[in-house]
Design a protein around this ligand. Structure first.
Ligand code: NAD
Length: 274
């Protein structure tokens, strides 16, 4: 069985570089899907309070009988739970719903700058670390100006920043900022929600490599050093998206994919999300 490489975080913990995202995975299929992913070799699951499937993700992990230390679970605090007290309660609720002893990674889902409370939300996450309920903490959808404000008072630097990222939004400056601060960058919508997998450049590279365009894009993320969490609810695609460790993109392939970058989003800009 293939295994994902591990990335060492600034918290000292390791995290599999490739995992499964379960956004829009309904409660009716979540236990079976996560169980299948664990059988295939996935050891990292990315959920969120918003996804309404933390309970099912936890149930699949408990059912698997895989050593808890081998599995890495991320969840996130939703936008309506910003502020110290609210966030502290939300953290406990997620820990309880997952019910897998501890949560490996808890993120602020969006900065919601118009609420202007993410600094207090971060304090609640810092305090959760000392309880042992949460092992590493990070952020999502934070741009350098949000991170600068957070870092001005933070006692813990976020371990990761999970952001929209795919060949059309390579986040060149953000990745450099994160790297300079010891923050690992994680790609959500890593396949661009499959909207441009039919791009001819990706098609040609896939044909040269004998792989699918989705595998080429996942490989591109891995070779950039990104953490990456493609989502699929189809068993065959779960396998395909994990079968990316037996080949490598050439420098030329990487350069051709880099040339597709237009820094354009498919989802909401972080400053506009409340
Ligand atoms: P994605 O880029 O992973 O695209 C998923 C879609 O691509 C699938 O629904 C399917 O239609 C298609 N697909 C999957 N595998 C394929 C394959 N091998 N070939 C062809 N098509 C394929 O987008 P996503 O689901 O939005 O993002 C992945 C994960 O990121 C989510 O499940 C979630 O965990 C996380 N996420 C986080 C945020 C955030 O704000 N932090 C936002 C959105 C998603």
């Amino acid at each position: 069985m293939s295994k994902s490489p591990l990335i060492t975080l600034n918290s000292g913990f390791t995290m599999p570089q490739l995992g499964l995202g379960v956004y829009k995975v309904g409660q009716d299929i979540a236990v079976n899907l996560v169980s299948l992913a664990l059988e295939i070799g996935y050891r990292r699951i990315d959920t969120a309070a918003l996804y309404d499937n933390e309970f099912e993700v936890g149930a699949a992990i408990r059912k698997s009988k895989i050593d808890r230390e081998e599995i890495f679970v991320t969840t996130k605090i939703w936008n309506d739970r910003h502020g110290y007290e609210n966030a502290a309660e939300a953290i406990q609720e997620s820990v309880d719903r997952l019910n897998v002893g501890y949560v490996d990674m808890m993120l602020i889902h969006w900065p919601c700058p118009k609420q202007d409370k993410y600094v207090e939300t971060w304090r609640a996450l810092e305090d959760a670390l000392s309880t042992g309920k949460v092992r590493s903490i990070g952020v999502s959808n934070f741009l350098p100006h949000h991170l600068e404000k957070l870092l001005a008072t933070a006692t813990v630097t976020p371990a990761i920043d999970q952001v929209e990222m795919h060949p059309q939004l390579a986040n060149v400056e953000l990745r450099a900022f994160n790297k300079a601060h010891g923050i690992a960058t994680e790609a959500w919508a890593p396949l661009g929600r499959a909207r441009f997998l039919d791009n001819p450049v990706l098609g040609e590279i896939a044909a040269r490599q004998g792989k699918s365009p989705a595998q080429v894009v996942i490989r591109w993320h891995l070779q950039l050093g990104n953490l990456v969490i493609p989502k699929s609810s189809k068993p065959q695609r779960l396998e395909e998206n994990f079968d990316v460790f037996g080949f490598a993109l050439t420098e030329e392939d990487m350069a051709e994919i880099a040339a597709l970058n237009t820094e354009t989003r498919i989802a909401t800009h972080p400053d506009d999300m409340n």
